[in-house]
Design a protein around this ligand. Sequence first.
Ligand code: ATP
Ligand code: MG
Length: 363
Amino acid sequence: MSHDPTTTGKNRVLTGDTPTGRLHLGHWVGSIEQRVKMQDDYDCFFLLANMHAYTTRADKPDDIRRDTIEIVKDWLAAGIDPSRATIVLQTEIPAIAELSWYFAMLIPFNRVMRNPTLKTEIETKGLGDKYSFGFPMYAVGQCADILAFRPEFVPVGEDQVAHIEMCREVARKFDQLYCGIDSHSEDDAYETGGGVFPIPKALVGKVGRLIGTDGKNKMSKSLGNAVFLSDTPKQVKKKINAMYPGQSRDPDQPGDPAINPVFQYADVFIKDEAFVAELRERYTKGDNLGDGHVKSHVIEAVNELLEPMRTRRAEFEGPGGDDAVIDIIRDGTARANETAEATLYAAKEAMKLGFGERHLRWK
Ligand code: ATP
Ligand code: MG
């Protein structure tokens, strides 16, 4: 548990999203569903990683600003409550930028470049060898995003586990180098033994990797294969109906649900498990079950999940909606800065960089 003036006695949680588009079903099952559930029992910080959006879209400032606001609307729609959780805007937390520098000195360059998540992103996003210097830097920055809040848990999708592992390594290294923690210590003993940082744990949601509507890649907001939380019933229907079921077959021919991505959606979104088992059995046998029929049940289930989100989102869609969102961002970020500054101060003290106190002020 962190020892700073902003502790509430509850364990902390930090996670977030990059404003490179709107949130989708993959975010819901990978991370957001857990966040909504954790709001009461944990001191939750949800970060808008808007600086990281510039690592691949430095030429699109308008889009990044729009997506930042839209993501908060998605959060509110999904049930995140700013009176219980703290919404944090990365670019207004200077402690994160400072910690990123210190942490960059603790991670070997090749260790960053070997990170499998970065490699996959370079490939799937077609970044080739033209990506900015800042792009791999985001993986280091993410260690600072997390550790600035000294959380116990980080609820994320599977692709993030490699990043969290790097963050854990950085936390251990820092505590060993600057706080005298023995390198053989158990992870749980780092903070209690006097380390500045806890060793945070990744918490992967009920589905670590939801496949996209292309049936190939992870559903991703920047790959054009996503069903967005803000999609209309018509858009949901159109996207799911257009999915390739992995095979071509007639309703009375046996099929293989394992190669049909629509069945992953059926498992995840249709609540009645016995019904899904029956669909699977009929599909396997070729018992007069067409792909359109399976899809129609998935569409219904997804729309049922999204309907209450649409209602909540509508409150922020009209005039004044963006301003209300910006107020929520400012409010949370002011609170978050108190926590992050306390961490930075403790880190700098440990690094023999304690030359005085500094106070931040919003205008
Ligand atoms: P981008 O395409 O810009 O990388 P993204 O769709 O991957 O966007 P992120 O903002 O990078 O979204 O990820 C936010 C969180 O959602 C992370 O914890 C990530 O692991 C999780 N997540 C993203 N996509 C999926 C998915 N398809 N299945 C499960 N979890 C996911
Ligand atoms: Mg991503």
